[in-house]
Write a protein that binds this ligand. Structure first.
Ligand SMILES: Nc1nc2c(ncn2[C@@H]2O[C@H](COP(=O)(O)OP(=O)(O)OP(=O)(O)O)[C@@H](O)[C@H]2O)c(=O)[nH]1
Ligand SMILES: [Mg+2]
Length: 438
């Protein structure tokens, strides 16, 4: 992080269909997103409007206010928009004094012309909500798969904006601007996206093989809104050192670990990318394979931050995304996390309202131990106890059973080993087949 944090101003229009609370919480969330990118938010500019015009987000008066806030030259407003003057003006401003604001973040999806207009007036970088989220994803992506996914989403997002935004024009400078340069740029982006998609497919093929190998295992997927505490629960339940941070979208890669202390048969837990309101569709699509982890789970633990005043709408968002990716059919358990931050009266009300939910805190060892047991119970509920005679010629099976099932008793007889096991029915069916019994 730089010594003096860069600064940002938030911009949002209050449209009639959005209620006050929703509007405020969306702005607060945008502030957290922008902070996650390393900016300090120094101002908010909001305006009630009947609707957004396709070319202008703000009215003229508000644009002047914005220019004042960012330290730009408000006279720009009166100038004609001709293609070269934007760049010239920005150069002029940058010389005598640096702009006081580095970023204008807008809580709407912007059309390329809206974006261009704001950039021109503010004389700074402008990002809309999607742009901010894509930047965060870009920074947090670690694995090759996540990087490829983000890069595809970023290029798809930028492609239509290259033509119209002055930033886009700068990017092309030196490569022969003008229409021919633009066409070349757009074609290059398309080719690059196609190339990345091919690479992604190859990586995903490998991953789907790995997932298929885990198919018969019991798998729990931690799913939920960003910052709900999924990675913290993952850490606590599996004893692994996954990344936990008070940042939005700290996790982008799916991690899979065995429940610890380990149980037989093993239960695997996976940590997944968090969701957010207005998650761009392209981004959801590009993270589809990451989310397949949730799709193929035997149980989804839907984690919510019960201490967040907005948790109900966050819960709704997650349910919507689960439906979108076709995971609404997977058995689901609601987990109200961060209960250590909820007072007793509120906790009692929550317990009464959600009698089926698990009310826990990832920070409390007892709760984590309880969850561990509850998970084991959940799966054992479907297990069957049975006795199998395994001939000495098939001794390997005994070893396998020790790996994959709970062995309760072993008796060595004349014909072989009689093993009493408790295991999932599909696993037992498989063993019977190997014994030639099915
Ligand atoms: N007080 C309290 N804080 C928690 C609890 N669980 C998580 N946190 C904190 O909440 C923040 C987010 O936790 P993470 O586990 O990174 O959340 P996440 O759901 O993985 O978030 P993303 O990966 O960004 O989607 C961190 O600062 C955690 O320390 C809890 O039960 N109680
Ligand atoms: Mg996480």
């Amino acid at each position: 992080m730089p010594a003096t944090p860069r600064t940002a101003v938030l911009v949002a229009c209050k449209l009639p269909e959005i209620d006050e609370l929703e509007f405020e919480s969306s702005l607060t969330e945008l502030e957290r997103l922008v902070t996650t990118l390393g900016y300090r938010v120094v101002g908010r500019l909001t305006q009630a409007r009947a609707q957004l015009s396709p070319t202008a987000v703000l009215g003229e008066g508000k644009l002047r206010e914005l220019a004042e806030l960012t330290g730009a030259d408000a006279d720009d407003l009166d100038d004609d928009v001709d293609d070269d003057s934007g760049a010239r003006r920005r150069r002029r401003r940058a010389e005598p004094e640096e702009p006081r604001v580095d970023l204008v973040a807008v809580d709407h999806e912007l059309t390329p012309s809206q974006l261009r207009q704001l950039e021109r007036v503010a004389g700074t970088d402008v990002l809309d909500r999607t742009g901010v989220i894509i930047d965060i994803f870009h920074r947090h992506a670690r694995s090759r798969e996540a990087r490829l996914q983000v890069e595809i989403a970023r290029l798809t997002y930028e492609a239509p904006r290259v033509r119209e935004s002055p930033r886009g024009r700068e990017r092309q400078a030196g490569r022969g601007a003008g229409e021919a340069g633009l066409e070349l740029d757009r074609r290059r982006i398309r080719d690059r996206i196609a190339e990345l998609k091919q690479q992604l497919e190859a990586v995903q093929k490998l991953h789907s093989v790995r997932r298929a190998q885990r198919r018969d295992l019991r798998r729990v997927a931690l799913v939920g809104y960003t910052n709900a505490g999924k990675s913290s629960l993952m850490r606590a339940l599996t004893g692994s050192a996954v990344y936990v941070e008070d940042k939005l979208f700290a996790t982008l890669d799916t991690t899979v670990r065995a429940l610890s202390p380990e149980v037989k048969p093993r239960i695997l837990v996976s940590d997944t990318v968090g969701f957010i309101n207005h998650l761009p569709h392209d981004l959801v699509a590009s993270f589809k394979s990451t989310l397949d982890e949730a799709l193929e789970a035997s149980l989804i633990l839907h984690v919510v931050d019960a201490s967040d005043p907005n948790w109900r709408s966050e819960l709704e968002v997650t349910l919507q995304v689960l439906e979108e990716i076709g995971a609404d059919g997977v058995p689901r358990q609601l987990v109200l996390n961060k209960m250590d931050r909820v007072d007793a009266a509120h906790a009692e009300a929550l317990a009464a309202e959600f009698p089926e939910a698990w009310l826990v805190s990832a920070k409390r060892e007892d709760d984590v131990r309880w969850m561990h047991q509850a998970l084991v119970r959940h799966f054992e509920g479907h297990y069957v106890e049975t006795e199998l005679l395994i001939p000495y010629a098939q001794q390997r099976l005994v070893a396998d059973l020790h790996e994959s099932a709970r062995v309760l008793d072993e008796q060595y007889g004349e014909l072989g080993v009689t093993v009493r096991v408790k295991a999932p029915p599909d696993l037992l069916a498989d063993v019977r087949q190997r014994l030639g019994l099915a």
